[in-house]
Structures are given as structure tokens and as C-alpha cells.
Design a protein around this ligand. Structure first.
Ligand SMILES: [Cu+2]
Length: 197
């Protein structure tokens, strides 16, 4: 195995590592849009799905809160600018994280006197689905159904955060470009070595 190939493998492994790292999303209150409540960290699960690890303090009263991926990367107008639930399959149905409806239906979050720290896992998502969308936390709970109230009945949007369009770490396209460059450099070096000087 050539030194160049070894180098490429080493670099590829090093660059691939951040993809599995936690990706924190800043969460703000929607009333002013200025109070940062903390973060929800996103991480792809090994067997599929996304783990959401909240670390929030502030406006969320004790109890369960509806939590969803909304389509627009915009938390304005009291969270209304985030639009509807992420539903790439156009199902038009709110069925919760394990159902066959909106892909953006997440497990409920639980607040204890304003502190929200218990992780939840949404089994049908990957972090790639979340890039450029918004995470919204509702005032009320979520019965994972459109009945008796639509969208789980969570009501007002109390907290919201936009998932950045560029993921921290290196995007896959840049990794591939770098690998191609290294392979080309390696091939060139080998060819030079074969040529009579
Ligand atoms: Cu929602």
C-alpha cells in the first residue's frame, strides 16, 4: 500500500468523523426572538434516526411540549414564519414520530420548571433532512394526531431555532474534492517516479 493511499485513507477518516458529531442548534423564544434559551444538539443515530439532545432553560412551563421540524428556516412572527410541519411526502397527516405522516413529527419534549434536558430520538429522520429548516417547540403537548385538534394540539409556538444551512465540519462535496485532489497528486507523483530523469 503506497504512502499516498495511506495518507488519503487517514485524511478521509479524520474528515468523516465530524459528520457523526453533535450539531448544536440555537433555540430562541419567539415572543422577542432575542432570548436564547439554549441549544438542541442533533446527531445521526448509528442504526438510523436522529437524536435531539436539548439543553434549554426559560419560557417552557413544566410538562410536555409538542416538538416538530417546520419547513422554513425562519422563526419570525411568533414562530409562524416557520410554516407547516416538514412533510416531503405530502401526506397532510400528523401522526407523531413513529407514524406515516409528516416526517417532521418529533417526540414530545418534557420541561421541568423550564429546564429541558431529556434527549429524544426520531426514527425516520436523518440530520440531512433538517438542514435549512426550523425546530419549533409548542406551548402545549402533542397527541400525535389531528384529532380532536390539528397538528397534535400544541397551539402557540413558544420556542424556535433554525438549523444552519452549512453543517459545522466539512461538507461531503468538499471531502470528495479533496480526496480527488490527493489521488491525482499521488498518481502524478508515481508517474514522475517512473520517468527517467
Ligand atoms: Cu409544530
Amino acid at each position: 500500500m503506497g504512502g499516498t493511499r495511506m495518507l488519503v485513507v487517514t485524511i478521509a477518516l479524520t474528515l468523516a468523523a465530524p459528520a457523526a458529531a453533535q450539531m448544536p442548534v440555537d433555540i430562541y423564544d419567539t415572543a422577542t426572538g432575542a432570548e436564547r434559551l439554549g441549544t438542541v444538539a442533533l446527531m445521526d443515530e448509528v442504526g438510523g434516526g436522529v437524536r435531539f439532545t436539548p439543553d434549554l432553560a426559560g419560557v417552557l412551563p413544566t410538562g410536555e411540549h409538542g416538538f416538530h421540524v417546520h419547513v422554513n428556516p425562519d422563526c419570525g412572527m411568533g414562530g409562524q414564519a416557520a410554516g407547516g410541519h416538514y412533510d416531503p411526502g405530502n401526506t397532510g397527516r400528523h401522526e407523531g414520530p413513529a407514524g406515516g405522516g409528516h416526517l417532521g413529527d418529533l417526540p414530545r419534549l418534557t420541561s421541568n420548571a423550564g429546564r429541558v434536558v431529556t434527549p429524544v430520538v426520531a426514527p425516520r429522520l436523518s440530520t440531512a433532512d433538517l438542514v435549512g429548516r426550523a425546530l419549533v417547540i409548542h406551548e402545549g403537548g402533542d397527541n400525535y394526531s389531528d384529532s380532536p385538534a390539528p397538528l397534535g394540539g400544541g397551539g402557540a409556538r413558544l420556542a424556535c431555532g433554525v438549523v444552519p444551512a452549512s453543517v459545522p465540519g466539512m461538507p461531503p462535496a468538499a471531502i470528495l474534492a479533496l480526496l480527488a485532489l490527493l489521488l491525482a497528486a499521488g498518481a502524478l507523483a508515481r508517474r514522475r517516479a517512473l520517468l527517467p530523469s
